[in-house]
Design a protein around this ligand. Structure first.
Ligand code: HEC
Length: 192
């Protein structure tokens, strides 16, 4: 409790960096992700979260976008419902606690810095944001098997598109391959 309060205060007073990668983020990855995302064990989805590999995942268009937790697939995947096929860790097992989710979100918001006090100012985000800013336009999307849904375009992430559904307010990751050719083209043009 006290810890969370201090964390909140630190964020409010915007000190250089409230969340320390080495002591607060790395242990989360070690305990909850390394079983499948470490060069010492397995590297699923070509994603290694080891301390000396993590930089490869940070930046515009990567899994961790400094300053933009809600556009970072790594963060989103940890917040999906248990039965979502993209939830991490998979199948709702060994999920992040609420406190860990908050810590991860704060770390990314602050710039996803690896060294204490070295938070990169959130310079990258606008580069990957859709031209309209905010949630992006509300568009119609069709899946490859013909289902249609309205959702806000959030951004492209590798071979996937991030869509936010107005009814639930949640963001989901869709592999482009699961969308109709038309919707794939729409996703690509929406980024420009
Ligand atoms: C039990 C094994 C397992 C654990 C534990 C696990 N993952 Fe994964 N993860 C996978 C697999 C398998 C894939 C590849 C899925 C695919 O390619 O469809 C994956 C892919 C991913 C991706 C890429 C998704 C994409 O769309 O490319 C991210 C991000 C991710 N994991 C984050 C995490 C994080 C963060 C944790 C820890 C909180 C975690 N994973 C824990 C098995 C795991």
């Amino acid at each position: 409790m006290t810890h969370r309060l201090l964390l909140a205060l630190a964020v409010l007073t915007s000190t250089a960096s409230a969340v320390d990668y080495r002591t607060q983020i790395s242990p989360i990855f070690r305990n909850k992700c390394y079983a499948c995302h470490s060069v010492t064990k397995k590297v699923k989805g070509k994603l290694a979260l080891d301390d000396n590999k993590i930089t490869e995942q940070i930046g515009a268009g990567k899994h961790i976008i400094p300053g933009e937790p809600m556009k970072s697939t790594l963060f989103i995947s940890c917040t999906l419902p248990d039965d979502d096929t993209d939830v991490m860790p998979p199948d709702g097992k060994n999920r992040l606690s609420d406190a860990e989710v908050t810590t991860l979100k704060t770390w990314i918001t602050e710039g996803a810095a690896l060294a204490a006090g070295a938070a990169a100012p959130a310079a990258a985000p606008t580069a990957s944001a859709p031209a309209t800013g905010g949630d992006g336009p509300l568009l119609k999307w069709t899946t490859s098997d013909g289902r249609t849904k309205d959702a806000h375009f959030i951004g492209l992430q590798g071979d996937s598109v991030l869509l936010k559904f107005p009814d639930t307010g949640t963001t989901h990751i869709f592999p482009l391959a699961k969308l109709s050719a038309e919707s794939q083209a729409q996703a690509k043009s929406a980024t420009k």
